[in-house]
Design a protein around this ligand. Structure first.
Ligand SMILES: [Fe+2]
Length: 160
């Protein structure tokens, strides 16, 4: 179902943007859960630092989720954040339940974050081509944030 809006984007353009936004919303919701999975289960010598880092990543991803969902509703559509939809639509890696130790959690979360970042970057161009520069800008904002979070994770994986 859709809602009337006086936004000066055609129904066709809005539908194209919403498809892009919904796909990345499912990924972002999965990523949010994966960050908590790492936050709760990490153990090891750097526990306290990584426990905090993974929660900070979760907080950033939560912002992405809100940006994506509220752009969908802004465009007159229904944002689908249901767990069942997320599970069926996510394109991220399954988070390894057996991961233990800081590096395993860093690698698992970084891999999913990198996939998310790649898909968001592709969505920038797709939204622009669909004729919605505003949604393209939102994807650009999220892409910048995702790249930064990936840096924070990967910086911990360099041997010192
Ligand atoms: Fe916590």
């Amino acid at each position: 179902m859709t809602y009337e809006t006086s936004i000066d984007l055609s129904a066709h353009v809005r539908k194209a943007s919403v498809a892009l936004l919904q796909a990345r919303l499912s990924d972002a919701l999965d990523l949010e859960a994966q960050a908590k999975q790492a936050h709760w289960n990490v153990r090891g010598r750097h526990f306290l630092q990584l426990h905090g880092l993974f929660d900070a990543v979760h907080g950033e991803v939560e912002e992405f989720v809100d940006l994506l969902a509220e752009r969908i509703t802004t465009l007159g559509h229904v944002a689908d954040g249901r767990v069942q939809t997320t599970a069926g639509a996510t394109t991220l890696y399954d988070y390894p339940l057996a991961a233990h130790g800081g590096d395993a959690h860093l690698r698992a979360l970084a891999a999913s974050l990198a996939l998310f970042g790649k898909a968001v970057r592709a969505a920038i161009d797709a939204a622009a081509q669909a004729g919605d520069a505003t949604t393209a800008d939102l994807f650009t904002q999220i892409s910048r944030g995702a790249d930064k979070q990936l840096w924070l994770l990967e910086a911990h994986l360099i041997a010192d």
